[in-house]
Design a protein around this ligand. Sequence first.
Ligand code: C5P
Length: 232
Amino acid sequence: MTAADLVPVVTIDGPSGTGKGTLAVLLAARLGWQCLDSGALYRVLGLAAARRGIDLDDAPALAALAGNLGVSFVGGRVLLDGADLGDAIRTETAGMAASRVAVHPGVRAALLEWQRRQACPPGLVADGRDMGTVVFPRAGLKVFLDASAQVRAERRYKQLREKGLDANLPALVEEIAERDARDRNRAVAPLRAAADAVMVDSTALSINDVFDLVVEEVRRVFPDQVHEVAAE
Ligand code: C5P
């Protein structure tokens, strides 16, 4: 048993563009829990490696960097060595670099304990690819969120455009497919649903529908944690 097992944890895993991040933030706010965006860790590592001129195939150098990553999350911002990374972390280039550094077992091992330490009272909502399978295998509630590849690419396109970032839909469809294939087929902690995960397909659902559905699950698993919010 680890310290993480003593704190209620909800894991949200799935491929990119399913709305995991938005759902995790909304759910954590609703519950008053901490939120772990584990993808951001891999994105920061990819960016930090590029800035230091480390090759994304150089497993030992990347593992060493991961073990010493000066990353912090302040509000909605992600800082590297105290400097705000801004929107650089949300670009598809950062996502692609993240998925390349994430294949190395030494990198994943170096980031494991840091992630587990985020499980602090009163609870944690953690989103990623291996939250329910590897990082928090004893989480009380595991959600696996999926959606069709076309809908995921369209959502990512809209998200990037809303941030004023460059986006091209056909290129995104290809990039998402490439990233999914790498995430699903890597040897260590591949993207897959935990055997005890609740499966949610968000292809035809709005984020509000998904949120309501998952809050119902949280209510079932952690009945004392969901407090009714008075209607306005
Ligand atoms: O979720 P996000 O798109 O930010 O993740 C970026 C990449 O980081 C993913 O494509 C995946 O390769 C990697 N990742 C991972 N394990 C996690 C979270 C993200 O391998 N728990």
